[in-house]
Design a binder for this molecule. Structure first.
Ligand SMILES: [Zn+2]
Length: 105
């Protein structure tokens, strides 16, 4: 069975996903942003940027998830209050953030 969300819900500071195998996941927006899979966040995380522009210390306190958009049938795009919108989160990634990997074939 291909794991797919059946329901995605906004929480006050994150999202909840109901999966088609009955599992329910919750993600804080801080976790989601820290795991943003876009190329820019990825290179920042890996320290590859020669010049790093760091956010203020209260960045995550003030940051808000402003919208969730479906991308085809495989991912969601998260839109953030600071204008960041290039992060596309495949369902596989979301599931792996919430639980140990399953050994399905
Ligand atoms: Zn990003």
């Amino acid at each position: 069975m291909k794991l797919q969300p059946t329901e995605i819900k906004r929480l006050p500071a994150g999202i909840a996903i109901q999966w088609n195998d009955g599992y329910r996941s919750e993600y804080s927006q801080t976790l989601l942003r820290q795991k943003c899979p876009c190329a820019r966040c990825d290179s920042l995380r890996q320290g590859k940027e020669p010049l790093r522009i760091l956010p203020p210390d209260d960045f995550f306190e003030k940051l808000k998830l402003t919208d969730i958009q479906l991308v085809g049938r495989y991912a969601i795009r998260l839109i953030w209050s600071d204008g960041h919108r290039t992060g596309i989160y495949p369902f596989d990634l979301l599931r792996s953030l919430s639980s140990p990997p399953t050994n399905e074939t």
